[in-house]
Design a protein around this ligand. Structure first.
Ligand code: PCA
Length: 205
């Protein structure tokens, strides 16, 4: 039995929903000898990393796929890199503002995703889901979590592979935002399902 941990975020920035969690909570759970563990993560600097690393330490998943909303993007963005910096003018859900702040003082400048990002994008595209490799996960709570989880995995010598997927707004989130791209929930769920299925077959010996 292998475990894949898939995480989504709470709504933030005045939105009523977060498509990342809406999609993650709809993912199929157990399939064959793979257990899919779904986890809701608070959109806060203080609690996001600990929420995920506690579950990683308990379940020792083969892979963790973190998912977040990137309003304004049109495709599923498979993130390449997490950098050691918080810098965002919007406060998190606890009202905390981080500007030009390292995530781990003395930590490495950046970590690369350890999921096979090119293979994931190719798989999504051949299944006809719009997908790109992205070279920035932003400098808000998503990048913060991505960096913190990779740092935890490296410093604890864990074998868990980790990566981050940013998803677009849902159509109902853009009704008051003319010109802003969106993606249906069914498409996001199917895209994440495609990623998890690819990882499941990768992880099996
Ligand atoms: N997106 C934000 C934080 C939570 C989320 O879903 C981000 O891109 O940092």
């Amino acid at each position: 039995m292998i475990t894949i941990l898939v995480t989504g975020f709470e709504p933030f920035g005045g939105e009523a929903i977060n498509p990342s969690w809406e999609a993650v909570r709809r993912l199929n759970g157990d399939r064959g000898d793979t257990h899919i563990e779904r986890l809701l993560v608070p959109t806060t600097y203080a609690d996001s990393i600990r929420t995920v690393t506690e579950v990683i330490d308990r379940l020792r998943p083969a892979a963790v796929v973190m998912v977040g909303q990137a309003g304004g993007r049109a495709e599923l963005s498979i993130e390449r890199v997490a950098i050691n910096c918080d810098d965002e003018k919007t406060p998190d859900n606890a009202g905390v503002l981080h500007e030009d702040a390292p995530i781990v003082s003395q930590g490495p400048i950046a970590y690369l995703a350890t999921l096979p990002i090119k293979q994931i994008v190719a798989g999504l595209r051949s299944a006809r889901y719009p997908a790109v490799v992205s070279n920035t996960a932003g400098l808000f709570v998503c990048n913060h979590l991505f960096y913190g989880v990779l740092h935890h995995i490296v410093t604890h010598n864990l074998e868990t592979q980790a990566g981050f997927v940013h998803v677009p707004f849902l159509p109902e989130q853009v009704t008051g935002k003319p010109g802003t791209p969106s993606m249906s929930l069914d498409t996001i769920v199917a895209g994440l399902d495609c990623i998890v299925t690819a990882l499941t077959s990768n992880a099996r010996p």
